[in-house]
Every structure is written in C-alpha cells, then in structure tokens.
Design a protein around this ligand. Structure first.
Ligand SMILES: NC(=O)C1=CN([C@@H]2O[C@H](COP(=O)(O)OP(=O)(O)OC[C@H]3O[C@@H](n4cnc5c(N)ncnc54)[C@H](OP(=O)(O)O)[C@@H]3O)[C@@H](O)[C@H]2O)C=CC1
Ligand SMILES: CCCCCC(=O)/C=C/[C@@H]1[C@@H](C/C=C\CCCC(=O)O)[C@@H](O)C[C@H]1O
Length: 337
C-alpha cells in the first residue's frame, strides 16, 4: 500500500511558497507486532510549523498533527475504527507503533484516542477540542490569571487560538478587545463571538484604539503576534498587568539575520510591574483532557462557538499552510482528506 506525503523541499526564505514543498508517494511497510495502520481524516496546519521546520533537515516529512482512523491494528490498545490525534506529519497513511511515535520537534507523543464529541465534528480535535483550544483555555486562565471585570486584549483574534481566548474571556466576565487583520473578521468578532471591541490592526492605530476601548487600561494581554503591535499594547497596560506570550507570528517569516525591531517596552514592564510569561500548551499535557472537557462543556452550554476554515483535499496542505500567513483563515484551518 502507498501513502501520499509532503516533504520539505527547501528551507523557507521569507514567506513560504508552494515550491518549498514536494508531494510524494511512499510504500508503507507491513505491520509488525505492536504496529497500527492509521488513515488521516483531517490534518492540521499551524504557525509553529514555519518556525520549527527551519531547524529541521531538508527532505523531512512536514511535521504536524492529524485526526486519523485506525484501519488495521496489531496493538492491544488500538481498535479498528478508533479515531485518534497523532503527530504523524503531513501524510495520508502511517504505519507506526503508537508507543514509539515522536513529534516533529522530537518529543515522545503517543497518539490519543478521541472521546465521543457528540454533535461536534471530529475536526474540532485539531481546534477547539485540541491543541489550540487548550492553548486558549490554559494560557488565559493559568498565565493571564484574569479576574472578573478586568480588560483583556488578544491579537490574531479571529484565528484558531485568538477567537477562543476572547470568548473564554467573555465567559470569565472580562472586557474583551480583539485585533485582527480585516474588517469582516472584526465584524464577526463583535457580532458573532461576543467581543466588546475589535479593531483592524492594518487600518487602526493600536494606541488610539486602546485609548478608546480601554480608557482605564489593559490588565491581561494574550499575545499571539509579537512585534510593534505588542509593544503598543504593553504600553497601555495597568500596574501588575499580565502578558501571556503565546506566539509571535508577525516575525515568523522574517530574516533571522535581520530580525524586525519593535519599540522598546522595558519602561512599561518596569514602571507598570508587568509579568510576561511564555508558554507552550504542552506544559499542560498531564491535564490535557481537562481542557478538552471544559471547552466541550462551554460549546454544549452555547457559550463557545468555533470557526473552522475547512480545505478539502490532501493535495492542498501546502496552500492551506500558506494561507495562515496571508490571514486568509478565520478560526482553525483544517484539511479534510
Ligand atoms: N504557545 C503555544 O503553545 C501555541 C502558540 N500558538 C501561537 O499562537 C498564534 C496564533 O496561532 P493560531 O491561532 O494557530 O493561528 P491563526 O489561526 O491565528 O492564524 C494565523 C493568523 O495570524 C495572523 N497574522 C499573520 N501574519 C500576521 C502578522 N504579520 N501580524 C499580525 N497577525 C498576523 C493572521 O490573521 P489576521 O488576518 O488577523 O492578520 C492569520 O490568520 C501563533 O503565533 C502561534 O504560533 C499557537 C498554538 C500553540
Ligand atoms: C518555534 C515557534 C513556536 C511558536 C509558538 C507556537 O506556536 C507553539 C506551538 C506549540 C508546538 C511546539 C512548537 C515548538 C516547540 C519547539 C521545541 C523545541 O524547539 O525545543 C506544539 O507543542 C503545539 C504547541 O503547543
């Protein structure tokens, strides 16, 4: 049996291009004792792949998670028909011993069998009921530690993580201000997702927008973008404000030898006694299902909506990946095989 896979053909130089990837076929090995044949159903593209793959050798299978179905099994814990989330990379089929799977960044990562999501589609296991959902839930509650009545700012607010952070902020009784890169995204945030304010960072001055929406200052900042936008937000923060440093997508395509310079924020950090803390969602791997159960509960209660940009066809993995950097997605991008 053959599988299709995408390999990294060139290291990215600036914005990733279709020509940086190659779609190939590979013969799958027969199953040994302990092995399972997984078939991809939905695949994920995520911003970290841009940053991480620059440190990996050319020719590797592109890294990442997928929802896959067990087609054959010689492992006692995995049955035919089980749906799992596994770090198998950009490939349609995988033969692997689940106890030996290693993620693209070298961590042991046993595929986990998905619980019943009820009416929620399986693709959510890559978004609201998976890594981005847990990034939002744990990152906001454990790093920003918000208190009811406080003001939260979130950037990349219409994306997979940001759209959930803002809604969870509202559930926790915060005033929520989002920044996103298009007017229709901002409209969606306030009209559908309950944000109090949303501004287009491409057309609005950040400081001016915050003076209008947060005249009493910002207490929590969930930072998905880094760079000058984040410097401007930090300058509007209150004493003892908390910043959850989640990602810095504004610089992922930058030349590492000539990185972009953002305005200095040390004055704000010192004078306002801010706490900035970086985190990876994997910090909460030991209580991973608590986040999933919590977000599923919010969905069932009608308090949390999730947006997906579903792209059909494994062959479009590369295009789906590129679209994150042009802001073409709303919510979580998933590829349906
Ligand atoms: N720490 C962790 O464990 C995790 C961190 N992350 C980080 O969270 C961030 C968001 O990820 P995710 O929700 O998956 O992705 P998104 O779904 O938010 O997609 C990326 C979005 O980023 C915005 N964007 C792209 N380029 C820029 C830029 N130059 N400046 C500002 N915004 C830009 C675009 O939206 P727009 O139209 O608004 O510009 C785009 O849609 C990333 O930085 C990612 O690395 C994600 C998961 C886990
Ligand atoms: C390298 C840029 C990462 C930016 C933040 C982000 O998107 C994180 C996502 C994590 C991802 C792990 C990503 C990188 C780990 C690199 C480890 C290393 O180099 O030692 C994965 O854990 C899912 C998200 O939590």
């Amino acid at each position: 049996m053959k599988c299709k896979k995408f390999i990294l053909k060139n290291h990215f130089d600036g914005m990733p291009k279709k020509t940086d990837f190659k779609l190939m076929e590979e013969d799958l090995p027969p199953l040994k004792d302990g092995d399972v044949l997984f078939e991809a159903v939905f695949l994920s593209v995520d911003p970290y792949m841009r940053a991480v793959s620059s440190k990996l050798p050319i020719g590797i299978t592109m890294i990442g998670a997928q929802v896959a179905r067990v087609k054959e099994s010689k492992h006692p814990d995995f049955k035919v028909g089980d749906n799992v989330v596994g770090q198998f990379g950009w490939r349609t089929h995988t033969v692997a011993n689940p106890d030996e799977v290693v993620s693209g960044f070298g961590e042991k990562s046993r595929p986990y069998i998905l619980p019943d999501f009820g009416d929620v589609p399986l693709s959510a296991a890559l978004g609201v009921l998976g890594m981005p959902g847990n990034t939002a839930w744990f990152g906001l509650t454990k790093i920003c530690k918000p208190k009811a009545g406080e003001t939260l700012v979130v950037t990349a607010a219409a994306g997979a993580v940001g759209s959930l952070v803002g809604q969870i902020g509202k559930i926790l009784d915060l005033k929520v201000i989002g920044f996103a890169g298009a007017d229709d995204k901002c409209k969606m945030l306030t009209e559908e997702l309950n944000f109090d304010y949303a501004f287009n960072y491409k057309t609005r001055d950040i400081t001016e927008a915050l003076k209008e929406a947060a005249p009493n200052g910002v207490d929590c900042y969930f930072d998905n973008v880094g760079g000058p936008i984040s410097s401007a937000v930090m300058n509007e923060m209150n004493t003892f404000g908390r910043v959850a440093c989640c990602g810095s997508i504004s610089a992922y395509n930058a030349d590492p030898k000539n990185p972009p310079l953002a305005p200095v924020v040390q004055n704000a950090i010192v004078l306002k006694q801010l706490s900035l803390q970086g985190f990876l969602s994997s910090r909460w791997k030991d209580c991973w299902f608590e986040g999933i159960v919590q977000n599923l509960e919010f969905i069932k209660q009608g308090k949390l909506k999730f947006k997906e940009s579903v792209i059909k066809g494994f062959e479009k993995m590369d295009e789906a990946f590129l679209s994150m950097f042009t802001g073409d997605n709303t919510g979580k991008i998933v590829i349906e095989v």
